[in-house]
Design a protein around this ligand. Structure first.
Ligand code: BTN
Length: 252
């Protein structure tokens, strides 16, 4: 069970806790179709049995040790072409939360993985519903590794591994929601260039040369930033290339 947060204006005021579910994003997508589901509704579980990640991947989290939740937003003020700003504000909000917990650098791996000590501590899956020229609702799914210390992949980490301290899941949820709401309000005030700059200045591997793969080819390139729709801009020997979320993989 989770209490309704006292430190937010509207995020989490409707809070649906289910002990177990397949995916909070799937549940939130269903609930978001209902007009009685208000902006800011949070769906949270202790045990996600079929958690979904980006690019059709799964998201694994040990039951009861981590945060797995989804937030319903109704960002009607945002044009569909600007939907990447939801990735930007969510990444920055998670980063805001984490920089208060550790002195280690917290970076954003495009499009929205959060890394500490080069390991993934948080994954974000945002699913938007567009009708005509309007972004009618968005489900922001967040998987934050909090108290889990054993992972199948050695590329994963948690707050406990980074800080050596166990954290209360409820406090972590409330703090995260506060930061997400603050960033969302910043976006609603059209503060987009500041948000974009902050996202870029915390982008993993920016201005460094790395190996990437796209389709059947691997190539060296340097991340320059993102374009106005959130595509990754990589400088290669063939000039600037632009990649959507499913179109490029970091090799090393
Ligand atoms: C990724 O890194 O690929 C994104 C992972 C997103 C996981 C979260 S956990 C809560 C929400 N429900 C899901 O099924 N996925 C997201």
């Amino acid at each position: 069970m989770y209490k309704i947060p006292a430190n937010t204006l509207f995020l989490g005021k409707q809070l649906v806790f289910v002990p177990e579910c397949h995916s909070t994003n799937t549940l939130a997508l269903q609930l978001s179709q209902n007009t009685s589901t208000l902006e800011g509704a949070v769906i949270i579980t202790n045990n996600q049995t079929a958690g979904r990640g980006q690019r059709g991947n799964s998201w694994e989290a040990a039951p009861g040790m981590n945060l797995t939740f989804s937030v319903v937003l109704r960002p009607g003020f945002l044009a569909p072409k600007d939907q990447f700003y939801l990735n930007i504000i969510t990444s920055l909000a998670v980063r805001d939360y984490l920089i208060g917990k550790t002195n280690e650098p917290v970076v954003i791996k495009w499009p929205n993985d959060i890394l500490v000590q080069k390991k993934k501590i948080c994954g974000i899956l945002i699913e938007n519903q567009i009708q005509g020229s309007s972004l009618v609702s968005a489900v922001v799914g967040i998987g934050l590794n909090v108290n889990q210390t054993n992972f199948q992949k050695d590329t994963a980490t948690s707050l406990k591994l980074v800080t050596n301290t166990e954290a209360s899941l409820e406090s972590a949820l409330h703090e995260l929601l506060h930061f997400l709401e603050t960033r969302y309000l910043q976006l609603r005030q059209q503060n987009t260039s500041a948000l974009r700059e902050e996202y870029l200045s915390n982008l993993y591997c920016r201005n460094e040369q790395h190996e990437f793969s796209s389709g059947d080819t691997t190539f060296m390139g340097t991340i320059q930033g993102i374009d106005e729709t959130g595509r990754l801009v990589v400088d290669t020997v063939q000039g600037l290339k632009y990649f959507g979320i499913k179109e490029i993989i970091f090799v090393r």
